[in-house]
Design a protein around this ligand. Structure first.
Ligand code: ARG
Length: 257
């Protein structure tokens, strides 16, 4: 039956083509063999990941560099918008993501989180000293970065007038500085840095809205890679490297206690 054979040959060819064009998740062995790990971050979230001119820097950038060095590898950075980062793991576009992602059940369905890199939380910021607690957000307009746990948690506060989303956290901050919103919710250290770098902005930091554990992540189920990263992170935490990086950018040791 030559006809059937042709169909069979055709489908096999199609299948082979599909497999070849589908990027494969890189195993730990493949990463080691290539000598470098591809790490993605945002670059718009000082003091954790940001640009100093054209150079990517910050607590998470130096921490990732220390971790990858312990693994005996070089690092290749990618910087993308925050909401593209986790999806790129699934698409095998990079090996690891580090961009202050809080560990949530929802995200843990899509990616594998490594051990926490630090513990922090979202704080309420305003120019109005009367706005500093969750209750005082009633009837107010609040700015947050899209896709963050800030958005998720602000939505749970009863009585808020409007939640305004911004693709970048720095734009959410600007909205507050320019008086277009009543409050901004962001990370405690991001807020501290913003107040220190622009003392004239009149921003005041209020209560924590919630606390969270922050971790880097790898593709869902890449457990050997996650284990190797966790080992390297533990070493960096034990040998004083972590403490030095943390104190450099955050003036304290922010590891989870
Ligand atoms: N911690 C918050 C979250 O888990 C915000 C992270 C924002 N990170 C960034 N690179 N802009 O969603």
């Amino acid at each position: 039956m030559p006809y059937l054979k042709t169909i069979l040959a055709l489908s096999l060819a199609l299948l082979a083509g599909a497999t070849a064009s589908m990027a494969q998740a890189r195993s730990l062995e493949e990463i080691k063999a290539s000598g470098k790990m591809i790490v993605a971050t945002e670059g718009g979230y000082p003091p954790f990941n940001y640009f100093q001119g054209s150079k990517l820097t910050g607590f998470e950038v130096e921490l990732a560099e220390a971790i990858v060095k312990k693994m005996g590898l070089a690092i290749e950075w990618k910087s993308l918008s925050f909401d593209a980062l986790l999806a790129g793991l699934k698409q095998d576009r990079w090996d690891m993501v580090i961009a202050s992602f809080g560990i949530t059940d929802e995200r843990a369905k899509a990616v594998t989180f490594n051990s926490p890199e630090y513990c922090s939380g979202g704080v309420i910021v305003s120019r109005d000293p009367a706005i500093r607690t969750a209750a005082s957000l009633a009837g107010k307009t609040v700015a947050v970065q899209t896709g963050t746990t800030y958005l998720e948690n602000v939505k749970k506060v009863p009585g808020i007038k409007e939640v305004k989303n911004f693709p970048q956290d720095t734009d959410a901050r600007s909205a507050l500085v320019n008086g277009r919103v009543d409050a901004w919710v962001s990370d405690r250290f991001v807020v501290k840095t913003a107040i220190e770098t622009s003392p004239k902005s009149g921003l005041k930091s209020g209560d924590f809205l919630y606390v969270e554990k922050i971790a880097s992540a790898v593709k869902k189920g890449n457990l050997p890679l996650a284990a190797a990263i966790d080992r390297a992170l533990a070493e960096v935490m034990a040998d004083g490297t972590y403490k030095a990086i943390s104190e450099k950018y955050l003036k304290e040791d922010v590891r989870c206690k």
